[in-house]
Design a protein around this ligand. Sequence first.
Ligand code: UGA
Length: 427
Amino acid sequence: MSKIAVIGTGYVGLTTSIGLASLGHQVVGYDVDPAKVEVLQAGKLPIHEPGLGEILGDVLKSGNLKTTSVLSEAVTDADFIFTCVPTPQDEDGSADLSYVISASTAMKDFLKAGAVVVTKSTVPVGSAQIVEDAIGRSDVEVASNPEFLREGAAVYDFQNPDRIVVGARSNEVAQSVMDLYSKIDCPKVLTSQATAELIKYASNSFLAIKLSYVNDIAALCEAVGADSHEVLHGMGLDTRIGNRFLEPGPGWGGSCFPKDTKALESIANSFGIELPLITTAIASNEAAHKRVADRVMNSLGGSLVGKTIAVFGLTFKANTDDTRESPSIAVIERLIGRGGKVVAFDPMVSDYKLAGLTVAASPAEAASGADALVVLTEWAEFKSIDAKEILAAMSGNVVVDTRKVLDQSVWTEAGANFPTNPTTKAV
Ligand code: UGA
């Protein structure tokens, strides 16, 4: 079992440190903020991630996970140091590496000879060299081990990954990092640093392109009167296409796809390469947000001025409390921008600062007096909401369900009007 330090207790850092500790390693999680460290040490998770809290309790109890806000304590003894710091988006769309660089610089003098610094954060091609330069030690190795976890399914994804990718200058170093995952049975890819870095961006961007295509096809289905669920299911039966990641929605979002598609575009452009499919997928995603706002506006007589719209769902998908780059917020901004007032309910969000948006404490409170209801996140609990109670609370009856989470026949029977695209005719 190895001694590991994990730098950063954000979403990636937490799942990495808890996951590696659960595999039996001695892990020290470091965060610059002592308050965050205390919360963790008390066995509390600062994020909502199903199943992760239980494992946190186990690894604290077994002593495999310790936490600290003193960097030297975390890294001095560590054989492997995982950097899991944020790589936010710069104004030009490229990834901002300043946290990665400052973490590398801060730890360099504490590292023992032979230590391997492993980058988990999603970083542009060439970042390993930047980390090597920031550390500036020939006796320390740098590897890339991109994470492929989905928020809301991180525990499952950690334990059952489709693959693990490690890139390093030598196969030996890459293998030493891969050995940390010896208890996990899955395809394992040992490669160069640049290849590992690119596998992550290429995967996320491919999935974003797939979803943009899915949303465009779903819009076409509605326009021609075809059933999008059946069309996409029929398409996914072709194993070359695959049946996952085929759910249409109000657009894709989250802390990864929007940032990573723009970063990949920016990386490619810096090498003089154009990636028109990615550029189009980003534009198609914005069109998906606009389509939802259009649908609501057209169903309410062509104007949102003076209208109140109830929204179910603020997070970028279900089973997370994360609203970063949420398509729900993008749609709400458009509704408000067109003169509407929005009252939203989300099981995990009790406050969100946006002029024109109020967050309600219950679905019925959000629906009260609303002209239309829009469902933007696929929370399972929305399925059991009482249609009659919600429609009775509303002043109108328009319901736009972008995630197909409500039982349309039950809601229609209760008086809901699910508008189809009012600008097109069925054929
Ligand atoms: C994504 C990738 O799926 C992970 O493999 C990757 O590790 C992660 O980014 C990352 O780079 O850290 P995540 O952002 O947690 O994971 O969310 P996804 O489950 O991929 O969903 C992204 C967006 O696509 C959400 O807005 C979701 O609602 C939407 N989506 C997903 C759909 O609209 N339909 C689908 O069928 C699937």
